[in-house]
Design a protein around this ligand. Structure first.
Ligand code: PMT
Length: 222
């Protein structure tokens, strides 16, 4: 196998948003379309990996991967990942997972009555941190979506969560990030970094997949 082959490597990858129920008809969500994650799943599969995709709700069709597991909430995504993680060599967290969920979703549709409404939110498990803390842990790649100081925050997450790699993007701007067809990434690993400039998410995914494969192969060369 060459430096960028992932032949025989088992990949578990999360993508898309999560939906956190408020009541039977409403949820808290975010702007992730799943495009970046689906493109990366296919690029990793193109390098020979057997990819299992855990996906939040998206409008995308089934990508060219081994298996796709559909989930809705962060707790469901957490359960799906934890039940599969022992069988993977490489974990990639592209999903935009809600950090908080409503503490207790209402049983019936919340009626419009008072002038204000307070929702109490509680923390969701951090899937990426939990996976990185496993012993043994798979080779773990995180994403970081930031609206400012991208490199600082990404390096913080790489260190604090003890990741093998992190791909950081600027979100909320004119170009790139959530929903769009193109994106740019700054990729960091403990010994180095690489800037991947603005391009289509398909091309960007291919470049990131090659970078992941190189680092993964280097780790497993010894
Ligand atoms: O889906 P698209 O429209 O194509 O947009 C792509 C994207 C902007 C969503 C993607 O490129 C991206 O940045 N994904 C990560 C989004 C995110 O939630 O970032 P974060 O900085 O909040 O989280 C950091 C990392 O922890 C991420 O790898 C995330 O998957 C993971 N995480 C976060 C919270 C949580 N409870 N569990 C997690 O695993």
């Amino acid at each position: 196998a060459g430096p960028s082959s992932l032949e025989g490597v088992r990949v578990l990858l999360t993508a898309g948003p999560t939906r956190e129920p408020v009541d039977p008809v409403r949820f808290l969500g975010n702007r992730s379309s799943g495009r970046m994650g689906y493109a990366l799943a296919e690029s990793l599969a193109d390098l020979g990996a057997r990819v299992v995709l855990v996906s939040g709700p998206t409008a995308l069709s089934m990508p060219r991967v081994h298996e796709r597991i559909g989930v809705e909430t962060a707790l469901e995504m957490h359960a799906a990942v934890m039940s599969r993680v022992a069988d993977c060599d490489l974990f990639v967290a592209t999903a935009a997972v809600a950090d908080y969920r409503p503490e207790r979703p209402a049983d019936g549709k919340i009626k419009k009555s008072a002038e204000g409404l307070t929702l109490r939110l509680v923390r969701n498990p951090d899937i990426l941190s939990e996976v990185a803390a496993l012993d043994p842990a798979p080779f773990t790649v995180g994403f970081a979506a930031e609206t400012e100081r991208v490199a600082d925050y990404a390096l913080g997450k790489l260190r604090d969560k003890r990741l093998d790699m992190i791909a950081a993007n600027l979100v909320g701007g004119e170009r790139g990030g959530f929903e769009r067809d193109e994106n740019a990434l700054s990729v960091f690993w403990p010994e180095g970094s690489r800037d991947l400039p603005m391009m289509s998410k398909t091309r960007l995914a291919a470049e990131l997949a090659a970078l992941i494969a190189e680092r993964y192969r280097e780790r497993h060369a010894a």
